[in-house]
Write a protein that binds this ligand. Structure first.
Ligand code: MG
Length: 395
């Protein structure tokens, strides 16, 4: 079963844009664009095979700035929207038709906090019905008013607030949209309304209140503040030592450096990457390198230590986290680290997904004192800053 997501981002968002910040879907909250967050929710979902965004013709450059954040092949070329939301969705569906999805989830770019669970629940509901939408039960008492005076209290039983994603079997929703366009019927405010009009059953999937729609400049500010609170900085430290033995090179920071000795160890004995791996594991409270890669395990004999670092980064990302910066000090009389610093920064930055200027590499001798001073081995210390979403907030 092929499942596509169609993210509608062609609106002008005039209410939020009144502040002069451009279309709201390109506004930045918590360091990422609203649209980038919406795309990320679907690209990162295991059940989604393709993500297509419908953009405004004037936004091609803004969009390409957002799209470059994603290396995923799931993100296909954008479609250009029409004069109304309804027309934009139809153009997006026509563009998706060539990849023939079985199911399409149509989502508003202005809902950046849609959860994995909501996406999965809408998909699951489509096993029973041709349509399903995320919705919230109405909990406020509803009043009808005329000239500022209440004329009626409306029973809220059975009333729902329609959200997105709204999912459909692809063929029927494309046919319904085409039929509505052919009939010149262009006043539908969501895709479920078109499905209902075409006689398709649409199931309700109860959503969480976190899937808010960002409409006004104030919504943007509130979301930005919530995200700032929700990201927790964590710090970790690591230390490692390996002794010299006979050989002609050492591995430091993933770089092979000619030397009078090599470092003894089960793996390639790269003290820099070992200390750094421990710093990352320390920041997320997830044991240490010896626990995850026991020296007793023959599998790691002669292993490139980059593997250990990659595993620690994976553990950070699994928690939704990212690395901010790292700082390393090498303690050795020789070899000299300075000439290899740029190569180490590039390699480590590449593994961590950060720029080279976020990788500090420093070296010092110990003035010929102690084991490093007697050239018996090399030690390294590392500090890592990691940002992790805090668990108390759903945003
Ligand atoms: Mg070690």
């Amino acid at each position: 079963m092929r499942i596509a997501a169609l993210i509608v981002a062609a609106g002008r968002g005039t209410r939020a844009a009144a502040q002069g910040s451009g279309p709201k879907q390109y506004a930045v909250i918590g360091g990422k664009t609203v649209l980038g967050r919406a795309i990320g929710a679907f690209v990162g979902h295991s059940k989604i095979d393709e993500v297509k965004v419908v953009i405004h013709a004037d936004d091609a450059q803004l969009y390409s700035g957002v799209a470059t954040e994603f290396e995923s092949e799931k993100l296909s070329a954008p479609a250009i929207g029409g004069a109304t939301r309804q027309a934009s969705v139809l153009r997006g569906l026509e563009a998706l038709a060539s990849s023939a999805p079985d199911i399409v989830l149509i989502h508003d770019a202005a809902r950046p906090f849609v959860s994995d669970k909501t996406i999965a629940s809408v998909i699951a509901a489509l096993g029973e019905r041709p349509g399903a939408l995320a919705a919230l039960a109405v909990t406020d008492t509803l009043k009808r008013a005329s000239d500022g005076i209440i004329t009626e209290t409306i029973a809220r039983v059975g009333l729902w607030r329609a959200q997105t994603p709204q999912g459909f079997h692809f063929g029927p929703i494309l046919a319904a949209h085409r039929k509505a366009a052919d009939a010149g019927n262009d006043t539908f405010t969501d895709d479920a309304a078109i499905a209902e009009w075409a006689g398709l059953d649409v199931a309700i999937v109860e959503d969480s209140s976190g899937n808010v729609k960002i409409t006004t400049a104030e919504d943007l500010e509130v979301a930005d503040q919530q995200l700032a609170r929700a990201i927790e900085p964590r710090v970790g430290t690591g230390f490692d030592v390996h002794r010299f033995c006979e050989g002609d090179h050492v591995w430091l920071g993933g770089i092979k450096i000619p030397h009078t000795h090599k470092l003894e160890g089960h793996s390639d004995a790269d003290v820099v990457l070992h200390a750094l791996t421990d710093a990352l594991l320390g920041a997320i409270g997830d044991g240490d390198i010896g626990q995850h890669f026991p020296p007793s395990d023959q599998k790691w004999k002669g292993a490139a230590s980059k593997l250990f670092l990659e595993d620690a980064v994976r553990r950070v990302r699994e928690r939704g986290g990212r690395v901010g910066n790292v700082d390393i000090t090498v303690l050795a009389e020789a070899p000299r680290v300075g000439p290899h610093r740029p190569a180490m920064q590039d390699l480590i930055g590449g593994v961590l997904g950060i720029s080279a200027d976020r990788v500090g590499i420093k070296a010092t001798t110990t003035e010929q004192m102690g084991f490093t001073g007697r050239r018996e081995g090399i030690a390294a210390m590392a500090t890592a800053m990691v940002f992790i979403p805090s668990e108390q907030t759903s945003a």
